[in-house]
Unconditional design. Sequence first.
Length: 238
Amino acid sequence: MNQKITILDLPFINTTQEKFNQELVKRLQKKLNTFIVTANPEIAVYAHDNPAYKQLIQQADYITPDGIGIVKASQMLNKPLTERITGFDTLTSLLEIANNHSLKIYLLGAKPEIIQQTVQNIQQKYTNLQLVGYNDGYFTDKQPIVADIKEKQPNIVAVALGYPKQEEFIARNRNISDAVWIGVGGSFDVLSGKVKRAPKIFQDLHLEWFYRFATHPTRLKRIKVLPRFIKLVKKEQH
Ligand code: UDP
């Protein structure tokens, strides 16, 4: 894999989704314990403000540039990243890989009705993967979930608790199964069919963020962070 590109102290992998998928297949075959963070500008700013969280995500095996904001920042710093690698696309790739190799997957996060629907949709579409367990993301006691994951020994654990919770959960518990652990944010909301991904034209124009904001105005917080993100990146230019 190419040299990493550091933005706000986070070393981003500089590769394509396809090459990254190939690397994940190899790691899955070797059962290497793997922690993936898919970081957008909001996460980068949060990490800047919270050193403990920054340290925790710096322990990840891969930090991927999730979102066009990170790619633009890399261009501003004259060290352009090849392409964005999102949590949703990586999760989709992992589902395909799991389906091809009949791997075990565990899903954690989202509201009870969302995770139920996500499980149904995945089982319908990926008939060859083994969905060994799941739990919604609104639990008070994590111990039964940790015990369940430990017992099932999945190859892949997708955690959708939003940041920083999902990365904290992974960092604290990844030792219980030699799996690929990935924080996937709102991906189950999309997989359940509740939230629609932006039409392709918006994706191609890199205006997915605008579409999602227009359809879900609560996402304003994500856009609000951008000026500060850019300011922090500019400071790195000197
Ligand atoms: N979520 C959860 N438990 C919590 C808080 C959030 O399961 O205590 C879920 C929420 O239902 C949603 C996802 O985590 O499915 C967060 O999605 P969002 O797009 O806000 O994630 P972000 O991109 O902020 O990490």
